[in-house]
Design a binder for this molecule. Structure first.
Ligand code: CP
Length: 330
């Protein structure tokens, strides 16, 4: 099976394919909101394999497949799979591809989903491989930016986008910055604690595509021309003990909150976050004091996960052109 039939990394997507997915996602909205129904995936089975914690990705892939008329088999955690008994990714993949028509997999090791996909003959979607990539998240993020910009009368051409937080281990921003670089030209500001910067090869790639990138270690600047703030959580689960100690005293310099938005941004700046945001004491990604603020787009963003994941399934399983014909009112 070619890499084109899987979704393992956004590297397999060009502008034309992303634009197609955006159009299909928009057509899926009435089904995602259950104003219309379709059975285009009736009889199809999804294997939803999550070997690392997840709420949004796991449940929204499940819901998206069901909204298209399919059924889902879920496995969560190594403990409840035969990998706990030493079964390899290769054997698991061969077995699962005999049971399912498509597979979504999340795994803590970078590259593991691609290894799994190499042994299967059904489409595999990377639901997050350690600090590697999270392509469906980046697609729903681009879909969200597109919808928010349409609402605000803005364009991605010339937009100023801030990515902040843990840019080293945050897989969502790795996929997103590559997808964003298909649009623009953009001005991208990267703000992270020292040691958690965006990998240099991604900065070089995006710069080579003609975008302007600035890197800083503090949010203490004027961002009044900012169109999007995309905050991320510090990925403590990927830290060594030594790193845990050195990042323990991380200041609130990276907190996106109402003061930051009111004092440094504009009324038209939208705030995004892939979620989860860390609500434990001492966490400093995205403050709850923005709840209820119309600039906070995070729950519109999570809602957009359903139509975009429906579009991904429909495209990989080649029913994207059928959906509109097969749609009917509830
Ligand atoms: N954004 C995201 O991947 O969330 P989950 O970890 O809850 O799936």
């Amino acid at each position: 099976m070619s890499q084109r039939q899987h979704l393992l990394t956004v590297d397999s997507l060009n502008r034309e394919r992303v634009d197609h997915l955006l159009r299909i996602a928009a057509r899926m909205e009435p089904i995602a909101q259950r104003r219309q129904v379709t059975r285009v995936l009736e009889g199809a089975v999804l294997g939803n394999l999550f070997f690392e914690a997840s709420t949004r990705t796991r449940v929204s892939f499940n819901a998206a497949f069901c909204r298209l008329g399919g059924s889902v088999c879920d496995t969560t955690g190594f403990t409840f799979s035969s990998m706990a008994k030493g079964e390899s990714l290769y054997d698991t993949s061969r077995v699962m591809s005999g049971y399912c028509d498509a597979i979504v997999m999340r795994h803590p090791d970078q590259g593991s989903v691609a290894e799994f996909a190499a042994a299967t003959n059904v489409p595999v979607i990377n639901g997050g491989d350690g600090p590697g990539e999270h392509p469906s998240q980046a697609l729903l993020d681009i879909y969200t930016i597109d919808k928010e910009f349409q609402r605000l009368g803005k364009s991605l051409s010339g937009a100023h986008i801030l990515l902040t937080g843990d840019l080293k281990y945050g897989r969502t921003v790795h996929s997103l910055i590559k997808l964003l670089s298909l649009y623009g030209p953009l001005r991208i500001t990267l703000v992270s604690p020292p040691g958690l910067e965006m990998p240099a090869q991604l900065v070089d790639l995006v710069t080579s595509r003609g975008h302007r990138i600035e890197q800083r270690n503090s949010l203490a600047s004027d961002f009044s021309d900012l169109d999007v703030v995309y905050a991320t959580r510090i990925q403590k689960e990927r830290f060594t003990d030594e790193m845990n100690e050195s990042f323990q005293g991380l200041s609130n310099d990276f907190m996106v909150n109402r003061d930051f938005l009111d004092q440094r941004c504009s009324d038209n700046t939208i705030v995004m976050h892939p979620l989860p945001r860390d609500s434990r004491p001492g966490a400093n990604d995205l403050n709850v004091d923005l709840n209820g603020d119309p600039r906070l787009a995070i729950f519109r963003q999570t809602d957009n996960g359903i139509p975009m994941r429906m579009a991904i399934f429909a495209t990989l399983l080649e029913v994207d052109e059928l959906v509109e014909k097969e749609m009917r009112p509830v």
